[in-house]
Design a protein around this ligand. Structure first.
Ligand code: AMP
Length: 544
């Protein structure tokens, strides 16, 4: 017997339609590439979304299934593209400008983008790719006539002119909710980037998921500042979730530095921030330097890499902000877990709460998790056993785009995240490491993440990386690379003495190297493969 409720498909266009209808006066504030702060409302945004949808259809014939690329910061015009493109049934391909040029060329051609919308900052990238993007018919520069740059791009169109004369009403089509809405490529450290093709249904369900009180708790009383880029997993889904509930949006544009963010926070008073640890480090350092406290920030969401305890503590004690540890990945739209408390945790001491917050938390309903050994056998959820973290659910991918022949899921339909984790009896997971980064020392495993977090707890350490390097006796041993803070006098022995108070003795790195910089991926993660290439034989060479 079938249920008798309406078969309304879960689509993206109704998110902005609804925001305009019920939260029409709520603001979207953007720092622009051109400089000034721009502000308008959901009602204004919806009009322009419809103008853009009309322009894409009438000027370029964009419709169901066509790919439209964006190379843009977090800002109102990029936001308009999110809804106009997907709303029309086309696929929004958000391109990460931090990828290598060859990778950008690869993904534009792999996606077969027909039109690319580009911010002023990134025009030079496309200029360098001129003649190498055969499917691209037009490039639209996200600015007005006064700010149009000199460009060697043929077919460059001014965004404001493109939409200016278009009608502000567009009949967004209704279609199957499993239709593709958007495409984001992973920034893999090896091989070509792989495309994750989201659907309308997966994005809408993910939005419900992150609005829930025990996840990011986004509501109509919030103002949300997504520092995490709209070119990396849809800014963690916030551009969809905020209009869903009518939250104010604050976009940082190109200014992701400490002073830029601090100024925007002071001006716009966001209640929720979202970003990776390195961004928060820069913000916290700047606030320390100018002796300022953030006011009114309820939650700072942190994810993408592990949040060190020192950071959790500082947010709470200096700024009264709950650092909400989240975990996810491009393949998961991206949010999988969030570390919020249960009733039984409320009476814990502050110290115990901080400890709990270093875990990545419990699965957001919709995502199911398990850990297995290398043969695929389930491991117990006792907080001790660790294994391959696997997930499944309506916003987890089934296959990569145009790699449908590859078997990605295990026999039971689970996706292996590539992370090694524990899960405790309350369902709280903790990332031990990436499976390829975990250090295998004499048959035991050492977590490079735990060691890094311990190292950055030292006040003289700006950034730290730990890799497993070859060792004659133990197979692998940890090597610590440290960027010291300016003016610090830290030496190897000082570092090891400090670590000895933080981790078990056999985890202590066999050597410490002080460096000026560390390599990062396009999404800001430590590029450990490069470090292993450079230092992989450090100990064996030394021993020999
Ligand atoms: P990406 O697809 O670029 O977003 O990267 C996803 C990967 O980032 C995950 O598989 C994890 O290895 C890592 N990651 C994300 N969030 C966290 C976190 N809170 N703690 C540790 N690692 C994380």
């Amino acid at each position: 017997m079938r249920g008798q409720m309406m078969d309304t498909p879960l689509l993206i266009a109704p998110l902005i339609e609804t925001a305009a209808k019920f939260h029409g006066d709520v603001e979207i504030v953007s720092r622009t590439c051109e400089g000034p702060i721009h502000r308008y409302t959901y009602a204004d945004a919806y009009s322009r979304v419809q103008q853009l949808a009309n322009a894409l259809a009438s000027r370029f014939g964009i419709g169901m299934g066509d790919r439209v690329g964006t190379l843009a910061w977090n800002g109102y015009r990029h936001f308009e593209a999110y809804f106009a493109v997907s709303g029309s049934g086309a696929v929004l391909h958000t391109i990460n400008p931090r990828l290598f040029l060859e990778q950008i060329e690869y993904i534009i051609n792999h996606a077969e983008d027909r039109v690319i919308l580009v911010d002023l900052t990134f025009v030079p990238i496309l200029e360098k790719l001129a003649g190498k993007m055969p499917t691209v018919e037009a490039v639209v520069i996200l600015t007005d006539r006064a700010n149009m740059p000199e460009t060697t791009l043929v077919n460059a169109i001014c965004y404001e002119e493109l939409i200016a004369d278009q009608p502000a009403s567009f009949d967004f089509p209704r279609f199957d909710e499993n239709t593709a809405s958007s495409l984001c490529y992973t920034s893999g450290t090896t091989g070509n980037p792989k495309g994750v093709l989201y659907s309308h249904r997966s994005n809408v369900l993910h939005s419900y998921g992150i609005c829930m009180a025990d996840s990011l708790a986004v509501s109509a009383t919030d103002a949300v500042l997504p520092v995490v880029p709209m070119f990396h997993v849809n800014a963690w889904g916030l551009p969809y979730a905020c209009p869903m509930v009518g939250a104010k949006l604050v976009f940082p544009g190109p200014r992701l530095d400490g002073p830029g963010l601090a100024e925007l926070i002071e001006m716009e008073r966001p209640t929720i921030l979202a970003g990776v640890p390195t961004v928060w480090l820069a913000l916290l350092n700047h606030l320390d330097e100018i002796g300022r406290k953030m006011e009114g920030v309820r939650i700072a969401v942190v994810g993408g890499s592990a949040a060190p305890e020192a950071m959790i503590r500082k947010f709470q004690e200096k700024h009264g902000t709950f650092l909400l540890h989240a975990w996810g990945m491009t393949e998961m739209s991206p949010v999988g877990t969030t570390c919020t408390f249960k009733a039984k945790h409320l009476g814990l001491s502050q110290e115990a709460k901080y400890k709990l917050q270093t875990k990545i938390g419990k699965a957001v309903y919709g995502v199911d998790m398990r850990i297995t050994d290398s043969d695929g056998n389930n491991l117990p959820h006792d907080g001790v056993a660790f294994g391959h973290l696997k997930v499944r659910g309506p916003w987890v991918l089934k296959t990569y785009y145009r790699r449908e022949d590859e078997t990605l899921l295990d026999d039971d339909g689970w996706f292996d995240t590539g992370d090694i984790a524990t899960i405790d009896a309350d369902g709280y997971a903790q990332i031990v490491d990436r499976s390829k980064d975990v250090i295998k020392s004499g048959g035991e495993w050492i977590s490079s993440i735990d060691l890094e977090n311990a190292a950055v707890g030292h006040p003289d350490v700006k950034e730290a990386a730990v890799i497993g390097v070859a060792h004659d006796k133990w197979q692998e041993r940890p090597l610590l690379l440290v960027i010291p803070r300016e003016g610090a006098t830290l030496d190897k022995q000082g570092m090891l003495d400090y670590l000895e108070t933080q981790v078990v003795k056999w985890w202590l790195p066999d050597d410490v190297i002080f460096v000026d910089e560390l390599p990062h991926t396009a999404t800001g993660k430590l590029l450990k493969m490069k470090l292993r290439e450079a230092y992989g034989d450090w100990l064996t060479k030394k021993a020999g």
